[in-house]
Design a protein around this ligand. Structure first.
Ligand code: O7E
Length: 217
């Protein structure tokens, strides 16, 4: 994934025509489009190949199973045309390792969820977040997912993983996080969904976030 605009669109719409229309509109303003369960369950896995015409595709299936099942899932998703897959870290080293190895073979990326952006992540996940970040660094994953709603945690996670791994951060806009603050905390890309796809003018919404990011670089 090329680091140009530092913006990733979370495309959680349910209609494939709408997904294509928005992707076309934001071309050039986003470095990648994140596609997850809502869109794929509503429109089929082949939507990944269609959207790959507009940007790199990050498949957000938060893969969280035993190693063999994780590998089977990642194979399907890479075969469908995704450039990266999001994997949960809490399942442990072996479940992660098999995904990272497969991605390396195929010249693709794995991003590992550390601590999530919603309030409930404080119940259990935050305690494991730093350990997961260390594991992702040890296994040389491409990067980790850290919350834009808590820029101080992005800073902590950056200290743990160093500069070899990327950080991608959801939670900007609808969840209250700020693109500028998250970039200043050390994230590489912010992930934005509703603020862009629910806007009357998704291209302008994306452009505005990109200029907010550029202002602090
Ligand atoms: O709040 P929005 O509309 O800007 O969308 C945020 C997107 O990021 C949405 O797809 C959600 O599922 C995802 N997300 C979080 O909001 N918080 C997290 O901690 C993790 C993710 C996520 O995408 O994880 C993988 C990158």
């Amino acid at each position: 994934m090329e680091k140009n605009t530092r913006l990733i669109l979370a495309l959680d719409v349910l209609d494939s025509d709408e997904a294509i229309r928005i992707s076309e509109a934001v071309t050039g303003h986003v470095d990648a489009i994140k596609v997850g369960y809502p869109l794929v369950l509503a429109s089929g896995l082949q939507i990944i190949g269609k959207l790959a015409e507009y940007a790199s595709i990050i498949a957000d299936f938060k893969v969280a199973d035993i190693p063999n099942t994780n590998r089977l899932i990642c194979e399907q998703v890479f075969d469908a045309g995704a450039d990266a897959v999001i994997v949960q870290g809490f399942t442990g080293h072996d479940s992660l390792e098999i995904c990272v190895d497969l991605a390396r073979e195929r010249n693709k990326d794995i991003f590992v969820v550390t601590e999530m952006s919603h309030p409930g992540a404080l119940d259990l996940m935050q305690d494991a977040g730093e350990k997961i970040a260390r594991m992702a660094a040890d296994q040389k994953a491409s990067g980790v997912v850290a919350p834009a709603t808590r820029p101080e945690r992005v800073k902590e996670i950056r200290k743990i993983i160093g500069n070899e791994l990327a950080i991608i951060s959801p939670g900007v806009g609808a969840q209250g996080g700020s693109a500028a603050d998250t970039i200043m905390a050390g994230t590489d890309w912010v992930i934005v969904g509703r603020k862009i796809y629910q806007s009357d003018d998704p291209a302008k919404a994306a452009k505005d976030i990109v200029s907010e990011i550029k202002d602090v670089l």
